[in-house]
Design a protein around this ligand. Structure first.
Ligand code: NAD
Length: 474
């Protein structure tokens, strides 16, 4: 066996400052809350100290956004588009720097940050830049109006991509924003703030406030915020929905998932195996639409499991900055504890746990790729969102049983179907209660395509023409 030679990406391209302030009204300013540290989850090394925005700071940010709304919303769409195109181009120019910073702060493999996250981030800004002067033709009648100030709270799994999903459509429609990144991954949002300055975006159009849940609550509960956009856990989503009820704020919630990836006996097995691996081990399984429940037709279950195990033993876990790494670090010690706990419960409830032989680095937060077999639908490993590299495998005999099992979840964000038969894909897609159904592929994203959930996965759509509706008064 040949070993791969190490191929580390250099971190010299990014200049991480020892401390960061908040980005309000086009300036970096101190926060009045107690600063916190953000660490590299692969090494536990402190990367920087970051300001916490208090309620008072959030108020200043909302005021700046309100003032800027007058200028920004009155600007012709074709002018707003120029700024968005400029931001998109700067993101492309600085993509290596952004990808390295994302990997250092988040723990995801550089290969993914570089080849998936960053191209999609730029694509989102390009796509919505194109809409800014065509809103009259978006299907919402002539001259649709923006909502005002958008308060946006995002998670740590795709820090910059979630920022793009939130900021690009908001700005294209003429809104201004106050965005709070997750407390474990604030750095790329702060670099984005620098890009806003570089693009000479009018001050106050984008404001970035850092901090934990309390800062997020101050953003979404602020009385002068007109629109709330949240991505994160169902628990916090529920809390937000309760808190803003009756306030007149327009809300979109992108919450958890427990997607079924369904493999029929006529599927191309090798392709399905690649799709299953991509479905659950991409981004360490920190993906709301991850294919965390594998449903396999009984007649091929044994053969497929064997191929899957063989493929898993070839995955390379380790230094996220190495260009050969497939599986990086778990984002935080808290998340690692959750993945461990749910896996232990899986075993205690009677499912069988398997991981390939793989050495875990001594420092940092790591979890090996894991498969559970002998899983019953009632097991927590089949019901709860693990948000880690853990796959629960179940079997089915008929298409009707596959649909029944796939829909037996409180969530409904995504699903995957693997079969040679086009008619069966359509039959399944009609019956699966999921916002996105992938056929013979998984985890494919495109800015032109709407994304969002059914049931406890939230409401509203992001992406595509549909994504404009969330930021227009329609
Ligand atoms: P979380 O929902 O607690 O955090 C997401 C964001 O919301 C963060 O920016 C956080 O600071 C903020 N927040 C927390 N409390 C808030 C409040 N009361 N008001 C406003 N904002 C608040 O998610 P987490 O703790 O990062 O992860 C917990 C679980 O959530 C994970 O195990 C996973 O199952 C799920 N999750 C889902 C997604 C997704 O994309 N659907 C993303 C992250 C986490």
């Amino acid at each position: 066996m040949f070993e791969y030679a190490p191929a580390p990406e250099s971190r010299d391209i990014v200049d991480i400052k020892p401390s960061y302030g908040l980005f309000i009204d086009g300036e970096f300013v101190d926060g009045t809350g107690a600063p916190f540290k953000t660490i590299n989850p692969a090494t536990e090394e402190t990367l920087a100290e970051v300001a916490t925005a208090s309620g008072e700071d959030v108020d200043r940010a909302v005021q700046a956004a309100r003032k800027a709304f007058g200028v920004w919303s009155a600007m012709p769409g074709s002018e707003r588009a120029k700024y968005l195109f400029r931001i998109a181009r700067i993101i492309q120019e600085r993509s290596r720097e952004l990808a390295v910073l994302e990997t250092l702060d988040n723990g995801k493999p550089i290969r993914e940050a570089r080849d998936v996250d960053l191209p999609l981030v730029a694509a989102h800004f390009f796509y919505y830049a194109g809409w800014a002067d065509k809103l009259d033709y978006a299907g919402y009648g002539p001259g649709p109006k923006p909502l005002g100030v958008a308060g946006q709270v995002i998670p740590w799994n795709f820090p910059l991509l979630m920022l793009a999903w939130k900021i690009a459509p908001a700005l294209a429609c003429g809104n201004t924003v106050v965005l709070k990144p997750a407390e474990t991954t604030p750095l790329t949002a702060l670099l984005f703030a620098e890009i806003c300055r570089q693009a000479e975006l009018p001050p106050g159009v984008v404001n970035i406030v850092t901090g934990a849940g309390e800062t997020g609550a101050a953003v979404v509960n602020h009385p002068d915020v007109n629109k709330v956009a949240f991505t994160g856990s169902t628990e916090v989503g529920r809390l937000i929905a309760r808190n803003v009820a009756g306030s007149g704020k327009k809300v979109t919630l992108e919450l958890g998932g427990k997607a079924a990836n369904i493999v029929f006996d006529d599927a191309a097995i090798d392709q399905a195996v690649e799709g299953i691996v991509n479905g659950i081990f991409f981004n360490q399984g920190h993906v709301c639409c991850a294919g965390s429940r594998l449903l396999v037709q009984e007649s091929i279950a044994e053969e497929l499991l064997e191929s899957l195990k063989r493929r898993l033993s070839l995955l390379r876990l380790g230094d996220p900055m190495d260009k050969n790494t497939d599986i990086g670090a778990i984002n935080s010690s808290t998340q690692l504890a959750r993945v461990r706990e749910l896996s232990d419960i899986g075993e205690a409830e009677g499912a069988e746990r398997w991981s390939p032989a793989c050495a875990l680095p001594e420092r940092g937060f790591w979890f090996p790729p894991t498969i559970f077999t002998g899983v019953a639908q009632s097991h927590r490993i089949a019901r709860d969102e693990v948000f880690g590299p853990v796959l629960a495998m179940l079997t089915f005999r008929t298409p009707a049983e596959a649909v029944e099992k796939a829909n037996n979840t409180p969530y409904g964000l995504s699903a995957g179907v693997w079969t040679e038969k086009g008619s069966r894909i359509l039959w399944m897609a009609d019956r699966l209660r999921a916002g996105v159904v992938w056929a013979n592929t998984f985890n494919k994203f495109d800015p032109t395509s709407p994304f969002g959930g059914y049931k406890e996965s939230g409401y509203g759509r992001e992406g595509g023409r549909h994504g404009l509706e969330a930021y227009l008064d329609v």
